[in-house]
Ligand binder design. Structure first.
Ligand SMILES: Nc1ncnc2c1ncn2[C@@H]1O[C@H](COP(=O)(O)OP(=O)(O)OP(=O)(O)O)[C@@H](O)[C@H]1O
Ligand SMILES: [Mg+2]
Length: 274
């Protein structure tokens, strides 16, 4: 099982949108974990319509798991499963809904993040299939849950091909690089073109693991639930994400020996970006 985390600098580059779109086309069971300490956007955004009709409960997720396991010495996937909900437009995806208010991250606490990390790393679907964890960590800062970053197979920093976003990503990458080895640290370039992606890679001297095409219409499905949250299957965004999902999934699932982790450099999109 793989754990893929996305974190960002300032400026809302598109981290949540990218993770939701990746999960929607992931070629295997996936657990979409909304772990943004500032408050989650996945349930009220992409899945807002199912919050309104009561299919998804906003209060069941990250916080309810932390509260229910507060006396546990370790996390476990079976308990985590009680806080994961089905995602109606993508049945292979489970949702760990995020915090509904920023101050709630204090109630999760460092031990709560650690228990969650253990549960995510060994999570299985109700039919016993291992699920890959796709984790939204929001904007990097003092409240960032480091247990998840340290356990992840890869930490991807989301950035757009603009000077503002590149400058915002630089200090984040520098801090992450103090504790995360280069082969586990890469970039997601959001709302980009091939030329934009090349510029970001050159400016930040990091491997680009995922290139997300500029596609405002389809992106608004995943960020804001337009079109009722229905998957924009033929959109440029989902076409690009299908390729990225297959590549990421293949990278981690072809590394069978325990302890072997694929370097971010093996996730590169195509020769032109290297
Ligand atoms: N590939 C894309 N093409 C065009 N627009 C995009 C793309 N990805 C995201 N957007 C748009 O950018 C805005 C911000 O997206 P999103 O909420 O995913 O960013 P974020 O990085 O998660 O922000 P935050 O830091 O607030 O959590 C949204 O309006 C979304 O529709
Ligand atoms: Mg977000």
């Amino acid at each position: 099982m793989a754990m893929i985390t996305i974190v960002s600098g300032k400026g809302a580059p598109g981290a949540t949108t990218t993770l939701a779109a990746l999960a929607a086309v992931w070629p295997a069971p996936a657990l979409l974990a909304d772990c943004d300490p500032a408050g989650g956007d996945l349930a009220p955004g992409w899945l807002g319509q199912w919050i309104v009709d009561g299919t998804i409960r906003a209060e069941v997720g990250l916080l309810s798991h932390a509260t229910a396991t507060r006396h546990a010495v370790a996390g476990d996937p079976a308990t985590l499963a009680e806080h994961v909900q089905a995602v109606p437009p993508a049945r292979h995806v489970g949702l760990l809904a995020g915090l509904t208010a920023p101050g709630q991250h204090c109630a999760v606490s460092a031990r709560g993040w650690t228990r969650l990390t253990v549960g995510l790393a060994a999570f299985k679907t109700t039919t016993g299939c291992p699920a890959d964890a796709l984790v939204d960590l929001g904007r990097y800062g003092a409240d960032t849950p480091w247990p998840l970053l340290l356990a992840a197979d890869v930490v991807l920093v989301a950035v757009r091909p603009t000077q503002r976003h590149v400058l915002a990503a630089r200090p984040v990458l520098a801090e992450l690089a103090e504790r995360i080895v280069p082969r586990r640290l890469g970039l997601v370039v959001c709302a980009t073109t091939p030329a934009g992606t090349r510029e970001v890679r050159a400016a930040l001297s990091r491997d680009v693991a995922v290139e997300v095409p500029e596609d405002g219409r389809a992106a608004a499905v995943f960020s804001d639930g337009i079109d009722g949250g229905t998957l924009p299957r033929r959109s440029p965004l989902l076409r690009g994400m299908r390729r990225a999902a297959r590549r990421l999934h293949g990278t981690y699932h072809s590394y069978a020996p325990a302890g072997m982790r694929a370097p971010a450099s093996t996730l590169l999109l195509h020769g032109g970006i290297r």
